[in-house]
Write a protein that binds this ligand. Structure first.
Ligand code: FES
Length: 162
């Protein structure tokens, strides 16, 4: 004959054991998910980029950067998941500029150049030139820029990784 008390005890033990396993499984999954996220950030962004001596290097012979061979053109380069992308523009035969795409007025993203002007996506009217300097308010400050060098059709950008 079955004992209701001992059955209840067995069920409780089984429930606690299963709950414990579930907690362990969920913790393991979240640790794994966290590792993937941080790994992805590195692989999808930084591993994609060539870094030499702490600088981002874009080889303009590569098809993904070829737009920068045309004066007046620009590209957006994603550096991390968190930050808005970097804008890189071809200013002249010898000059490439690199600056933040985050508008200095209210933080909206700045669009790629059209006829030498980069409009802010906010619709507030802000606009910048190919060097990221304000040409139309309400933005009052230039876009934060990074030093660049163009050597043998490769752009070296002194981006500050934090
Ligand atoms: S956020 Fe760019 S002009 Fe307002």
């Amino acid at each position: 004959m079955k004992n209701a008390f001992s059955d209840d005890l067995v069920n409780r033990r089984k429930f606690l054991f299963d709950s414990g396993r579930l907690v362990v499984m969920l913790s393991s999954f979240s640790l794994l998910a966290g590792a993937c996220t941080s790994n992805d950030a590195g692989e999808n962004r930084l591993a994609d980029l060539v870094i030499e001596q702490g600088k981002i290097v874009l080889d303009l012979n590569e098809s993904r950067y070829r737009a920068l061979n045309t004066i007046g053109s620009g590209l957006k380069i994603e550096i991390t998941r968190q930050a808005k992308p970097l804008i890189v523009t071809r200013v002249s035969e010898t000059r490439i500029a690199a600056f933040s795409s985050q508008c200095t007025h209210a933080g909206y993203e700045v669009l790629l150049p059209e006829q030498g002007i980069l409009a802010c996506s906010s619709g507030h009217g802000g606009a910048f030139d190919l060097e990221g300097r304000v040409v139309n308010g309400p933005a009052r400050s230039n876009l934060p820029s990074y030093e660049t060098q163009l050597i043998d059709n490769r752009v070296h950008i002194a981006y500050s990784f934090r």
